[in-house]
Design a protein around this ligand. Structure first.
Ligand SMILES: [Zn+2]
Length: 89
């Protein structure tokens, strides 16, 4: 998994804002993010260890250790979902 920092997510956040990929909820901390370029969908998952956020995606960029816009899109949905869960709990 890739550790998510403000530095390594900055570019992906910009890409995500431009492309606005569709995100589907799969399971807790796991989301399917549709590619903006083709019909592929990538599964992204998240973890928190010692207060640090980690994310992983199935795409080529993520395999090389880069934070892709799929991860950012999933992370945004994850934060939203976690906040909803807190409100209803
Ligand atoms: Zn990706």
């Amino acid at each position: 998994m890739i550790k998510l920092t403000t530095e390594n997510t900055a570019k992906a956040i910009e890409r995500c804002k431009q492309l606005k990929p569709k995100v589907n909820f799969i399971a807790e901390r796991t989301f399917s993010v549709k590619s903006a370029n083709n019909d592929n969908a990538y599964t992204v998952c998240f973890d928190v260890q010692n207060g640090e956020k980690f994310g992983q995606c199935e795409c080529k960029a993520s395999e090389r250790g880069l934070v892709c816009y799929h991860i950012v899109a999933g992370a945004t949905a994850n934060i939203y979902w976690q906040s909803l869960k807190r409100q209803t709990a």
